[in-house]
Every structure is written in C-alpha cells, then in structure tokens.
Design a protein around this ligand. Structure first.
Ligand code: OOG
Ligand code: NI
Length: 399
C-alpha cells in the first residue's frame, strides 16, 4: 500500500508547522489570529473554502548552491511539489543576493487537496556586485563542505517520487524531511557570520551556518487588513505596511502580505579564540498573506503600472469580476466570472520588501558588474528539471 502524494504533502506541511510553532511561539499567535479572522470573515468561498484557506501555508527556505537546490528539488518532488517561476531578488529596489523559485503542486486537483508551497532562494555567489573573487571562493568552499541533507534521504525521496511512498515508511520519511529544516543549535563562527553580514544579512543566514532552516511559515487569511489590526491590538509590532496591491472595493488580485518583525532568537556562537557563548540573531519573522485572482500577462502589465500610482487604482482595474474577465485581465475557470483562479505564486517586489523590512541594516551591492548569468533557463539546467511557467499553469486551470 502506498500513501497518496497529497496526504504525504499534508503530513509534511503539518509537521513543519508543529516544529516551527515550537521554535517560534509568536507564529502560533499568528495562526490563532488568522484562524479567528477567517472564522469571522463573511466569505462566499470563491477564493477557497474556509477549510482550505485556514490549513494553507507557504514556507520559505534559503540554500547556498545549485547542488543544494537540486537536492531540495528532489526532496520536494516526493511531496508532489515542483519548481514554478523564477524570481530575481537582485533586481529589487533594495537588492538581495538571491535567485528563487517556488516548489508547489501544479495541478488544480492537487492544489485543492493540499496547496503547500515553499519559496526557495539560492545565494547568487557568482554576482560580483556582492562577492569578491576571494570571498566567493571561501563561500563556495564552505558550502561545498557542508551537507544539508543525508544522501540516503535524497535517494529515498527519488524512489518515492518514482514509485510512491509505502505506508509503512511515511511517518519516518516525513519526520526526517522535517528535521532537515530545524534550526541548528551548533555554534556559529562569529567572525565568518559577521563578514558575510557585511555583504548581506541574507548571505550570512545562508552561508554563515552549516544547515538550512525554515525562515518563515505563512498562514493565509481572508482579510489581511483585519488581521493587521488585531495583531497590532495584541501589542505585536508589525512591519509598516501591507505589501502588494492596496485594499480596493473591486476583486482582490494576486497577493497581499505583511509580517511581524523578526524576533531575537537565542543562538550559540564561537569566538575567534574558540570559546563558545550565547547570543541571539534576528532573522526569522512571521508573515501572513491574502490571495486574490491570478492576473493574465495583460493584467500583470497593468498591475505593474498601477502599483506606481496606487491612489488611482480604479483607473487601472475595473470594480467587478465580470469586467475583469471581459477585459482579459484575470483568469476565471471556463471564463465564468464567478469562478476566479486563485493566484498560487509570489511577487518578487513584495518578497524583497518583506526581506528588507526585516533587516536591521543591510549592505548595498558594490558597483562591480554582475558576472552571474542567472535566469530561469540557467536554474532549470542547474537543477536538471523543468521549471514551470506560472502563466501556462493558469491558462490550463482556466480552460
Ligand atoms: C523569502 C521571501 C519571499 C514571500 O512570501 O514573498 C517570500 C525569504 O525570506 O527567504 O517568502
Ligand atoms: Ni513568504
């Protein structure tokens, strides 16, 4: 007997959520408030049933090299999660030296059963604006020597992706995959971490430690403005704004996100003289999101313009789904405006906004030329997998 892929994915998402709740207790508050907001929110269920929305999470992880990303891809494939889209966060107003993709189910039925997704970023060590040749060589040596995943776990993941997971193996497999994303208690080399922090806090979080970890786990809410108010009333410091499109009276589009500020977490350090001591790091935060209808390419072009002129949103987007559908701005199943296709992906500008607003200070890239040639095709080649174009998936979902 094998376990259904979606059941394995749901078990993985739930196990990560339990682990993250013990690591970051404020996350549990966020989930409680999100659940309450969803319960209190009048919804017609068109953007997802209360049950799906309340169970829905996305995670974020960060790795250092193409080889590590390839292992992540093998691991997630066992859960029916495949790479979709390419995000270059170096292009943001305040650049972060990573390129990213999102691992998620690609079929409508699979998303409906369990939509778990993980935004996955890889350190762009080839980019000379962030890494001098000397630092690049040392980072790559450090990354080459660490092992994020037990090779036997990756072999097992490949077998499960090909043949399914025997029921008897499921619990243990999920437990070991989850443990691979736990926050490490190993001492952090203080000087190395500080050197990388001078380049970017994200570079230090990725390559300053010998393991990877969940950076955040994000619940979905139906009313993010109401969530923001309730969290603030509880005395939790949120970042200044909700990222993404403004609240409007018309159909919600794409994705709106906000977060509470990263909290200081106890970590252990090793000083230059070898002594080990306690300290803290502020890297992990509590994000929350609301999802709307997926925009077509034409809708997305219009969105990008509207974002520069947010007070006049209604000059760019109509007030009803019927008009959105008629103008070909958003995806609806079978063209029926009562059946929006939910946006399942991410927004690089908000992603960079979330990154940025959670850093106490971040370095600026130098003026050197970008010598990396990162792109969707580059990433697909580097991990040896097709990376889905999100628009293809939305076209299919709408047809
Ligand atoms: C990922 C940031 C992007 C989102 O929801 O846009 C992201 C990270 O901080 O590693 O998770
Ligand atoms: Ni996120």
């Amino acid at each position: 007997m094998t376990v259904q892929t979606w059941e394995l994915r749901a078990a993985f998402a739930a196990a990560l959520s339990r682990m993250y709740g013990t690591e970051v207790p404020a996350y549990t508050t966020l989930v409680d408030v999100s659940t309450a907001v969803n319960r209190d929110c009048a919804t017609d269920g068109r953007l997802g049933s209360i049950d799906r929305v309340t169970a829905e999470r996305h995670g974020a992880i960060r790795v250092g090299s193409p080889a590590e990303l390839a292992d992540v891809a093998a691991l997630f494939a066992a859960f029916g999660m495949y790479p979709v889209g390419f995000y270059d966060l170096r292009e943001a107003a305040s650049p972060v030296p990573v390129v990213s993709t999102a691992f998620r189910p690609v079929e409508t039925e699979e998303l409906d059963r369990n939509p778990f997704r993980v935004f996955t970023s890889m350190l762009a060590t080839e980019d000379a604006r962030f890494f001098s040749p000397d630092l690049r060589a040392r980072v790559q040596r450090f990354l080459g020597q660490r092992q994020l995943f037990d090779p036997a776990l990756i072999v097992q993941a490949r077998r499960i992706a090909a043949d399914g997971c025997p029921a008897a193996d499921a619990d243990d497999f999920v437990r070991r995959c989850t443990a691979a994303f736990a926050l490490s208690r190993m001492p952090i080399d203080k000087a190395w971490y500080a050197e990388l922090s001078a380049v970017s806090a994200v570079a230090a979080d990725i390559a300053g430690v010998s393991t990877t970890h969940i950076n955040h786990l994000t619940p979905r809410v139906l009313d993010i403005d109401e969530l923001y108010r309730r969290m603030t009333t509880r005395g939790i410091t949120m970042i200044d704004a909700i990222q993404g499109p403004p609240r409007t009276d018309g159909p919600p589009v794409l994705l709106r996100q906000t977060s509470f500020r990263a909290l200081a977490e106890p970590r252990t350090f090793r000083g230059p003289d070898g002594t080990v001591f306690d300290g803290s790091l502020r890297v992990r935060f509590g994000e929350v999101e609301a999802r709307g209808v997926a925009l077509t390419r034409a809708g997305r072009e219009r969105y990008d313009v509207a974002m520069t002129d947010q007070e006049h949103w209604d000059r760019y987007f109509p007030a009803t789904d019927t008009e959105m559908a008629a103008q070909g701005l958003a995806y609806y199943r079978g063209g029926d405006p009562t059946k929006p296709v939910v946006y399942e992906d991410f927004l690089p500008a908000s992603a960079a906004g979330i990154f940025r607003s959670n850093l106490d200070q971040d370095a600026q890239p130098t003026a050197a030329d970008d010598t990396g040639d990162y792109s969707l095709d580059w990433m697909a080649g580097a991990i040896g997998r097709h990376i889905h174009d999100p628009y293809d998936l939305y076209e299919k979902a709408a047809s």
